[in-house]
Design a protein around this ligand. Structure first.
Ligand code: ZN
Ligand code: ZN
Ligand code: ZN
Length: 254
């Protein structure tokens, strides 16, 4: 899968060994590996009728970012594009054969779609334009550059699957902490819990709503159970932006 790097803001491939911090996450211009954040985006190699697309997006075999390979070669670096953080003085390189990814653009924001992804004019990477001041370009050590104020600058959109899930634990003193993943970014979460003393006999039912910031595909939420003598609590959560897609149900013991 493809992830946003919270250290350089580029999109990079994090799919080689799974989804753990200690796996191979390429090379980041900030040093070390890219740091995955946000949802797991999916890219395809086929165009879709009636949707604006651009081809020639490739994965760099050295730094793992997605970059635009459609510009003519610049001597003497034939077969290279932009600037690669894994090899100073060189551009990104793709394998041969290599997937030729097709990006959508002009679709705006959606429940399963994030816009404001841009092509950096200096390093050719695809990067998220919402946090340019927190980006890092391997070309000259500054931020990524794309004139996103111009209407002619392409606004790419990346799709991600909707699969909200939750986990949780009793952290003591009748406080319950819930962890959530893969809800709609900048969307909402509806959460509800029923406290039981005996099965089939809830003593209290409560609910709340949470707003998620961008890059908060993950959230934490803690609530307190004031009723004495409870045995377990059942927790449910729904992604309120995608027609209430439910997360997995959860039951936590006292
Ligand atoms: Zn990075
Ligand atoms: Zn590279
Ligand atoms: Zn750049």
């Amino acid at each position: 899968m493809w992830r946003n790097c919270s250290n350089c803001q580029a999109l990079f491939y994090a799919g080689y060994y799974g989804d753990h911090e200690d796996y191979d996450m390429g090379k980041c211009p900030q040093g070390g590996m890219h740091k995955p954040a946000g949802p797991q985006f999916t890219l395809g190699e086929t165009s879709v009728p009636f949707i604006s697309t651009q081809t020639d997006w490739r994965r760099c075999i050295y730094c793992y970012v997605l970059y635009f390979s459609g510009h003519p070669d610049i001597p003497p670096n034939y077969g290279e594009d932009g600037a690669c953080p894994a090899r100073p003085g060189h551009g990104h390189v793709h394998g041969d054969p290599a997937p030729n990814y097709v990006l959508f653009h002009g679709l705006g924001e959606g429940d399963h779609l994030q816009s404001n992804w841009r092509n950096c004019w200096n390093c050719q990477a695809l990067f998220f334009g919402g946090f340019i001041s927190q980006s890092a370009c391997p070309k000259d050590g500054g931020d990524h550059y794309s004139p996103i104020g111009l209407d002619s600058t392409i606004n790419f959109c990346l799709p991600y699957p909707m699969k909200p899930r939750i986990d949780g634990e009793n952290i003591g003193s009748s406080n319950i902490r819930i962890h959530g993943w893969d809800f709609t970014m900048e969307g909402g979460v509806d959460i509800a819990w029923a406290v039981f003393r005996n099965p089939n006999d809830p003593v209290v039912y409560s609910e709340d709503s949470i707003r998620l910031d961008r890059a908060m595909a993950y959230f934490e939420y803690t609530f307190h159970i004031p009723e004495a003598g409870w045995n377990f609590v059942n927790v449910r959560a729904w992604d309120s932006n995608s027609n209430g897609t439910p997360a997995n149900p959860l039951s936590i013991n006292h």
